[in-house]
Write a protein that binds this ligand. Structure first.
Ligand code: IMP
Ligand code: MG
Length: 185
């Protein structure tokens, strides 16, 4: 436990969203989604890798039946969006006539989910909505409006609770900002 605390205090400069805040908000979101989709069949589309933790927690708060599917989407190198979105769908991926709820870790420029939404519509999804854990609204460059948002955060590069910097720091149960020296490593 002490080693874990050292790991955190060594690299985190600021906590943006605490573990307690996350737990409370996920309960609220789970209830809201369950109410909105009452009586309908929902398909949760987890956008990997960043949303694995959020998706695992939110689906356990749903009181409606849900299919769960995954895709990989990458648009980042280091702390910069490269503007080009790579999407990998698994075998048997089929969204035709399904009510899709995209579950994402963070919406930044909006390009990733714009590309994902486009594909889902082209492939015949019945409806497409977005549930994002975090939102950085001031960074948006395309029109994209998530229906469900965990937390708005300022324009800072966040890690923890699934979000990474070069695949590190996903394991933290909260969202924080790294000390500057970690981004320079
Ligand atoms: P967008 O296409 O610019 O909206 O970028 C969305 C993707 O970039 C997210 O799914 C994340 O994987 C990544 N991303 C954007 N901002 C951050 C951040 O602050 N920390 C970690 N990853 C981020
Ligand atoms: Mg992501």
């Amino acid at each position: 436990m002490e080693k874990k605390n050292n790991l955190i205090t060594d690299c985190i400069e600021e906590v943006l969203v605490s573990e307690e805040q996350i737990k409370a908000r996920i309960k609220e979101l789970g209830e809201e989604i369950s109410r909105d989709y009452e009586g309908r069949e929902i398909c949760v589309l987890t956008v990997l890798t960043g949303s694995f933790m959020f998706a695992a927690d939110i689906i356990r708060e749903l009181s409606i039946p849900a299919k769960v599917m995954c895709i990989f989407a990458t648009s980042y190198e280091g702390t910069e969006s490269v503007g080009k979105v790579d999407i990998i769908k698994g075998k048997g991926f089929n969204v035709k006539d399904k009510e899709i709820l995209i579950v994402e870790d963070i919406v930044d420029t909006g390009r990733t989910l714009q590309a994902v939404s486009q594909i889902l519509k082209e492939e015949g999804a019945k409806s497409v909505e977005i549930c994002t854990f975090l939102d950085k609204p001031e960074r948006r460059v395309v029109e994209l409006y998530p229906k469900y948002i965990g937390f708005d955060i300022p324009n800072k590069f966040a890690v923890g609770y699934g979000l990474d910097y070069e695949h590190n720091f996903r394991q933290f149960p909260f969202v924080g900002v790294l000390k500057p020296e970690y981004y320079e490593k």
